[in-house]
Design a binder for this molecule. Structure first.
Ligand SMILES: [Zn+2]
Length: 281
C-alpha cells in the first residue's frame, strides 16, 4: 500500500502496523499541542519552547494587577488563536469520526480547532479559549462577547499596541494599570477564560467524559502529546488496564512509549492524514 507521507522505510512499516491495528476498531483519540503546531500555535512544552511563567489560580485570585496582566496576554493569545485554521491532522480526525472509525477526541488543547474542523464528540480536558466563566456564580460567556466588552471598556487604548509578545514568549503590557477588565454582568464577579490553569485539576465531569470514551473504545490513539500532563497519563493507564492496543504518534519520546503497541516518531498532520486515507469508508 502507498502511504502518502515522506518517511523512512521503518516509519512507513510502523504506520502500516498501526493501520492494521485500527482497521474496523472503535478508536478513542487523545491529542496534544503537537496536533496544532501546523496551525501555527506554538507547543510551549516542546523542545526549544520559550520559558514562560504559568499563571496559577492563586496568583489570578490574589491581585487585580495579575488579572489585568493575564487578561491582556490572554486577549492577545485569543486573537492569535482566532486567526489560526484547522490543519490536515484536525481534518483527518473529523473525517475518521464521520466514517465511524473514531468514537471521539479527547484533547489537551484549548484552541477549539477540532470542533472547527468538524469533530463532533470532543472532550476538552483543559477547557476552551472561546469561553469565559464567572468564578463567583458559574455563568458562562462566549469569548467573543467578552473580548468586545474589553475593547469597549478601554476606549482610546490600542490593545494591540499595548499588548505585545516579548522575545521570551511572555507578554508585555505597557498600560496594565489603566486597563479595565470586564466583570460578570450578573453578579459582578471575577471572570476567567474557561481554561484549566497550571496546577489546577481537570474538572471531574470532564475527566469522566474522557474516561468513558476510552472505556468504550477498542484502540487508543495518542497524537501530538508527550503525555507530561497527569490527566493524559491517567487515560493511558486506563487504556493499558483494559488491554487496549495503544498507538502513539509524536515527534520525540513520550511517557506512553513503553506502553504503546506501535510508536510512530513523526508529525501528527501527515500521519493522521495517512490513517484517514487508509481507514476512511
Ligand atoms: Zn457571576
Amino acid at each position: 500500500m502507498e502511504i502518502g507521507i515522506d518517511t523512512t522505510p521503518d516509519t512507513g512499516r510502523l504506520v502500516r502496523e498501526a493501520i492494521d491495528l485500527m482497521r474496523g476498531a472503535r478508536i478513542a483519540v487523545l491529542t496534544g499541542a503537537g496536533v496544532s503546531t501546523d496551525s501555527g500555535i506554538p507547543d510551549y512544552r516542546g523542545e526549544g519552547a520559550p520559558a514562560r511563567t504559568p499563571m496559577t489560580v492563586q496568583r489570578f485570585l490574589a491581585s487585580e494587577d495579575a488579572r489585568k496582566r493575564y487578561w491582556a496576554g490572554s486577549h492577545l493569545g485569543w486573537r492569535h488563536f482566532g486567526a489560526a485554521r484547522p490543519n490536515a491532522g484536525h481534518v483527518a480526525l473529523a473525517s475518521l469520526e464521520a466514517s465511524g472509525a473514531v468514537a471521539g477526541v479527547v484533547t489537551q488543547n484549548v484552541d477549539g480547532l477540532h470542533r472547527r474542523a468538524g469533530s463532533r464528540h470532543v472532550v476538552e480536558l483543559h477547557g476552551g479559549m472561546d469561553r469565559v466563566v464567572c468564578l463567583d456564580c458559574g455563568q458562562h460567556y462566549a469569548r467573543q462577547a467578552i473580548a468586545e466588552e474589553l475593547t469597549l471598556l478601554n476606549p482610546g487604548m490600542d490593545l494591540e499596541q499595548s499588548i505585545r509578545q516579548a522575545p521570551d514568549g511572555d507578554v508585555v503590557v505597557d498600560e496594565v494599570e489603566s486597563m479595565v477588565i470586564p466583570a460578570c454582568s450578573i453578579c459582578r464577579g471575577i471572570l476567567k477564560p474557561d481554561v484549566v490553569f497550571f496546577g489546577e485539576f481537570v474538572p471531574v465531569p470532564t475527566f469522566q467524559a474522557a474516561a468513558s470514551l476510552v472505556a468504550g473504545a477498542e484502540v487508543f490513539l495518542v497524537a501530538g502529546s508527550s503525555l507530561v500532563v497527569n490527566s493524559g497519563v491517567r487515560l493511558i493507564e486506563q487504556a493499558r488496564r483494559r488491554k487496549l492496543p495503544i498507538v502513539v504518534v509524536n515527534r520525540g519520546v513520550t511517557k506512553g512509549d513503553s506502553r504503546a503497541a506501535v510508536k510512530i516518531d513523526a508529525g501528527a498532520s501527515e500521519t493522521l492524514t495517512a490513517f484517514a486515507e487508509a481507514l476512511g469508508s
